[in-house]
Design a protein around this ligand. Structure first.
Ligand SMILES: Cc1cc2nc3c(=O)[nH]c(=O)nc-3n(C[C@H](O)[C@H](O)[C@H](O)COP(=O)(O)O)c2cc1C
Ligand SMILES: [Mn+2]
Length: 456
């Protein structure tokens, strides 16, 4: 059976049922699903949520399919602390896709006047949003000159039965393709892929050069060739096992209002004039599952972590071969903070690691380098290392006026911001020993022999 959203849910049901929560009562996609997720976020609970009934009888909705490192590690078949390594390994082994004649995603097909986005259970997440959004849509576009396929997540605002508005960050591959065709006054045909296995999502976010076929990267991530089928109205091959495909074109030289939208920083991005998509077809499985990624919540943040951690690990390793791990924590939106552990061999290596990290990732603002006795996934230990091992007069690196994220609310116009690196490693000569109770005594003394159950 090919890997798809359904097979992943079935796998969780079989091996990790506590990671799936099914909601059977009707819940509206307009704010109500967000309310349930808000309560869960506050409790730091992240099961895959399966809403069987959106309250007007529309398709079921899945949110949080990759909302924890645990869920991602089930998909990648590795330990949670090894996600970046497992991702890198698979990224380096792309697999060419295969083409099919018939596909589950073509069981139902609507074109022209039959298209109505109102029939799809798009979520409205926040009070600032003026319209519902597609947030788990992976946009695929083909470079008409080279045939290379590009995939990227892009937020898509519903603006009518057959119209979407899209945000494409300037300079990214999709924007560059659109820009090239716009200069020729031509539309860019696209397909929006919705409802996929977490490995598909991970592959779609890999940081790749513009001339690499991202379908092959996704195949490598899934460890099986992607099955493709010809789209109905655009010259693009689309994944046969997705839940839904929306076909359309990004119109040239046309801008309309998009936003405001609640972004990964937890802040709203204001309304602006952005590109317009004319929808030409919607195809889906007979009983399709719609997928959403709740903007600004843990799943959205965490999805940014693993591909970036993999890129960072690779970049730091070039200059510090003994780098041991990297974590981009949720507290930094999985984009702005990185904790890097190294097994330090020369006095200056922590600073080299800081330089390599900033060179590799434009979004990064704060890098903390620690020794390898500190678990980078344990923020209390990272902060403890800063309190004991860091001295600002010799351990601090500040770079002023660099390029950062346009979405950083404290950045200067255009996303110009400052970078800060902290060397929180011990000197090579070491420190006095850390506190330890003798190992033998710890082994001998068991709580069961001394304490009642309630106190343990
Ligand atoms: C859930 C999610 C939503 C995203 N939304 C957007 C978006 O609206 N616009 C954008 O430019 N990038 C967005 N991104 C980031 C891009 O998908 C990512 O940078 C991608 O690798 C860009 O690929 P490209 O350079 O091949 O176009 C999003 C990422 C995730 C995980
Ligand atoms: Mn790309």
């Amino acid at each position: 059976m090919p890997k798809d959203l359904r097979s992943f849910i079935a796998e969780l049901d079989a091996t990790s049922p506590e990671d799936v929560a099914r909601v059977t009562k009707p819940v509206s996609p307009r704010y109500e699903m967000s309310a349930i997720l808000t309560h869960l976020e506050k409790r730091k609970r992240f099961p895959l949520l399966f809403f069987k009934n959106s309250n007007n009888g529309q398709a079921p909705v899945v949110i949080n399919a990759q909302a924890s490192r645990r869920l991602m590690s089930i998909a990648l078949e590795c330990k949670p602390e090894n996600l970046a390594r497992a991702f890198s390994e698979r990224q380096s082994k792309p697999l060419a896709p295969v083409e099919m004649i018939n596909a589950p995603v073509h069981e139902i097909s609507r074109t022209g006047d039959e298209i109505d986005l109102n029939e799809v259970p798009l979520l409205t997440h926040y009070d600032v949003n003026v319209a519902p959004y597609i947030t788990a849509g992976i946009v695929v576009a083909v470079d008409p000159d080279t045939g290379v396929r590009n995939t990227s997540y892009n937020r898509l605002m519903m603006a009518g039965k057959r119209e979407l508005r899209i945000f494409m960050a300037v300079g990214r591959h999709l924007w560059t393709l659109h820009n090239k065709l716009e200069r020729r006054n031509q539309p860019l045909p696209i397909a929006i892929i919705i409802g996929v296995h977490p490995l598909f999502s991970l592959g779609a976010q890999a940081l790749t050069p513009a001339d690499e076929d991202e379908y092959a990267v996704i195949g490598g991530m899934m460890n099986e060739p992607l099955r493709l089928v010809r789209a109905k109205t655009v010259p693009i091959l689309v994944p046969a096992d997705a839940e839904m495909i929306i076909e359309g074109q990004i119109m040239p030289n046309l801008r309309r209002l998009e936003g405001p939208f609640g972004e990964f920083t937890g802040h709203a991005v204001p309304q602006d004039q952005r590109q317009v998509i004319e929808v030409t077809a919607i195809t889906h499985r007979e009983n399709y599952i719609f997928q959403d990624i709740h903007a600004g919540y843990t799943e959205h943040k965490l999805m940014g972590a693993v591909p970036r951690e993999a890129a960072l690990l690779k970049a730091v390793r070039l200059t510090v071969p003994t780098v041991t791990n990297v974590c981009m924590p949720v507290s930094g939106n999985c984009r702005f903070h990185a904790y890097i552990s190294i097994s330090k061999r020369t006095p200056g290596q922590a600073k080299n690691a800081i330089c390599a990290a900033f060179a590799a990732d434009m979004l990064l603002k704060h890098v903390v380098v620690v020794d390898d006795d500190i678990d980078v996934f344990d923020e209390e230990r990272v902060l403890w290392a800063i309190s004991n091992r860091f001295q600002a007069d010799r351990g601090l690196v500040v770079i002023a006026n660099a390029q950062g994220s346009e979405l950083d609310p404290s950045a200067s116009p255009g996303g110009v911001n400052a970078k800060m690196g902290l060397d929180a490693t011990k000197p090579l000569t070491g420190f006095p020993p850390e506190l330890r109770v003798p190992e033998k005594v710890l082994e001998k003394i068991s709580l069961d022999d001394f304490l009642p159950d309630f106190a343990k």
